[in-house]
Ligand binder design. Structure first.
Ligand code: CA
Length: 221
């Protein structure tokens, strides 16, 4: 099969940013602050944040889930797209990283929309699932945390989102390693296993969007 997806060299990627990226001053400042961290590559790409904001707006989402906050760029991108009464249940284990996010959330006046749970995401998800009223109550979920638990995050998110709701899963192309059979580390295998499961999952409509490191969209039927 011929590859119709354009390969972006640096020049063309810069063009994409120059002519499509609409980033608030707060988003830019947060991105610059994050860039100073040794683990800065864990932040999503800005055009991906913008895309997720567009999806959330398109869906009229009011209540969303985020599994893996890091320094809060994705949270900010989604929060800005939610209506004033919108809410994000955000899960992360790092106080250090999420503390970096908070002043920027405040500056963007979205802090009140973000309910941060500093705990293992599986615990937070299980607490939500223990309350029947939370089932099928979310419009959108973004999964971008430890890859070993990706399949569990997906299954629990699928219970929490409504029919017609969307789960976006980050890093599903994993720098290309998913397609290299010689790469066998645990994270790669976990992403591969989820990708294989999703391919045949009749509970969802599926699209793997080759933006940034690969963003899988799973729409609950
Ligand atoms: Ca990621």
């Amino acid at each position: 099969m011929s590859n119709k997806t354009l390969q972006l060299n640096d020049q063309l990627y810069q063009y994409l940013l120059d002519f499509s990226l609409r980033e608030s001053a707060t988003q830019l400042a947060l991105r610059q602050a994050t860039a100073k961290l040794p683990v800065a590559q864990m932040q999503i790409a800005p055009e991906q944040g913008q895309f997720m904001g567009l999806l959330v707006t398109l869906m009229g989402a009011k209540k969303t889930l985020e599994i893996g906050v890091f320094t809060g760029y994705s949270t900010l991108a989604v929060a800005q797209a939610l209506p004033p009464e919108g809410k994000i249940v955000a899960c992360d284990v790092s106080e250090e990283w999420t503390n970096l996010a908070k002043p920027y959330w405040e500056q963007a006046q979205v802090l009140s929309k973000i309910e941060l749970h500093l705990a293992p995401a599986l615990d937070t998800l299980d607490n939500l699932l223990n309350d029947k009223a939370q089932h099928e109550s979310f419009d959108f979920a973004f999964i971008d945390a430890d890859k070993a638990h990706y399949s569990l995050y997906y299954e629990k998110s699928l219970k929490l989102i409504r029919k017609g709701g969307l789960i976006a899963i980050d890093n599903t192309l994993w720098a290309g390693d998913v397609a290299k059979s010689e790469v066998k580390d645990a994270s790669t295998q976990a992403i591969r296993a989820l990708n294989e499961k999703l391919k045949h999952d009749e509970r969802i409509m599926l699209s793997l969007v080759p933006i940034a490191d690969g963003l899988t969209l799973a729409l609950k039927r």
